[in-house]
Design a protein around this ligand. Structure first.
Ligand SMILES: Cc1ncc(COP(=O)(O)O)c(C=O)c1O
Length: 381
């Protein structure tokens, strides 16, 4: 570990220990939680810390096992290893139930509700994958689910949500429209529980089970590359690996233009409050959120490697083609992000600098229209 990152890890340990001692027992599963009343500003409420711990991740793993979810496979490719210059372990979250890792967080959040809260149903806003995941988790528990979706969401993702039983409500593609519409729908359902796609400790703990599986399956890891949008996945994985394999570097991969590296360097979650409500301009429709949420930021700002890898649309398209031809896998643009990063000159530099020999990359989702898939793999460099 570099000195800066060791210092960050120490700070998080103190903060996290306080959460463990103050809020929950390490050995006992926490009792189910009552639904939090939803506020339109829920996504932006300030949080001093993230109360999620490795014990919450273990509880989430038990809940996932209870509904029959299995660890996702790790794919290998001689071509990818040779091109990236190290052993690459591709964690196939596009093969997760509902086609993305989001099933982990949604299942944990729904399983954690007490019976009275769950009976009122669940609501979320989502550009697709969290919505399908919440719909599946709600159906599993036999409770109603409403998903608020930006009008720009691909048809395959909306179909996916409906197939799992969600009632879908369309809204304008801004953060404020999403929050306000979800608040109105939750109220109309008589006080349904709002499950945020990333700014929620239960969702983070669910996504953290990816880190748990990596730690168990791949003791040799030097680093893991994680795509980032609101930060729920990267925050959860960072907490799990920090507890179980503190030497593993957790490196965020972002669509070009997000600026997470600058946020980390300046310890500032939001660099431009006026622009934060908009969406990033990228073909990776699942990861257009500009800033990390306050809850994932509390973990990520202290645990992530300071280096952030940025990839552009051409790199993403090229990686989607490689996924299809070399790995024989269909992935959506966000799902190709870490593969694109592994093949980039910036990764080569990082690999040489830190002597990374065993690197995992999260292939996070595979939900895409056939026409869009063909369009992306046919065009580009
Ligand atoms: C396929 C896929 N990858 C990555 C992400 C980013 O996850 P997070 O918002 O937890 O950073 C999302 C979020 O919706 C997603 O659907």
């Amino acid at each position: 570990l570099s000195q800066a990152s060791a210092q960050r890890h120490r700070r998080y340990f103190l903060l996290n220990n306080k959460a463990v001692n103050g809020n929950e027992s390490l050995s006992r599963a926490p009792a189910p939680t009552a639904a939090r009343p939803f506020q339109a500003s829920a996504g932006e409420r300030p949080r001093a810390d993230c109360s999620m711990t490795i014990s919450s991740v273990r509880v989430a793993a038990e809940r996932l096992r209870a509904v029959g979810a299995r660890p996702t496979p790790v794919l290998r490719s001689d071509w990818v290893d040779a091109t990236a210059g190290c052993a690459c372990y591709l964690k196939a979250e596009h093969l997760q139930r509902t086609g993305s890792f989001k099933y982990r967080g949604a299942t944990n959040a729904v399983a954690g509700l007490d019976a009275a809260s769950a009976a009122l149903g669940v609501v979320c806003h989502s550009s697709g994958n969290h919505g399908a995941a919440l719909a599946a988790a709600a159906a599993e528990r036999g409770v109603p689910c409403c998903v608020v979706v930006p009008r720009t969401t691909p048809g395959a993702k909306i179909d996916n949500m409906r197939r799992y039983g969600a009632r879908v409500v369309l809204c304008e593609p801004t953060q404020s429209a999403r929050s306000e519409t979800a608040a109105a729908e939750a109220a109309a359902m008589g006080g349904a529980a709002f499950v945020h796609p990333y700014d929620d400790a239960a969702v983070l703990a669910g996504q953290g089970t990816i880190g748990l599986e990596l730690a168990e399956e791949l003791p040799q890891l030097d680093a893991v590359l994680v795509p980032v949008s609101g930060g729920g996945m990267v925050g959860g994985i960072a907490v799990a690996l920090h507890a179980l394999r503190p030497g593993v570097r957790v490196i965020a991969v972002e669509p070009k233009g997000k600026g997470l590296g600058r946020c980390l360097a300046l310890s500032q979650r939001v660099l431009d409050p006026e622009a934060a409500n908009g969406a990033l301009d990228t073909i990776a429709d699942a990861i257009r959120t500009k800033c990390l949420g306050p809850t994932p930021w509390a973990a990520a700002s202290q645990l992530l490697d300071p280096a952030v890898l940025s990839v552009d649309d051409d790199q993403i398209r090229a990686a989607m083609r490689i996924a299809l031809l070399e790995l024989k896998q269909v992935v959506e643009p966000a799902g190709a992000l870490t593969l694109a990063a592994l093949l980039s000159p910036a990764f080569k530099q990082l690999r040489e600098e830190h002597q990374l020999r065993h690197v995992a990359a999260i292939v996070c989702g595979g939900n895409i229209d056939l026409e869009t898939l063909f369009l992306h793999v046919r065009t580009g460099p």
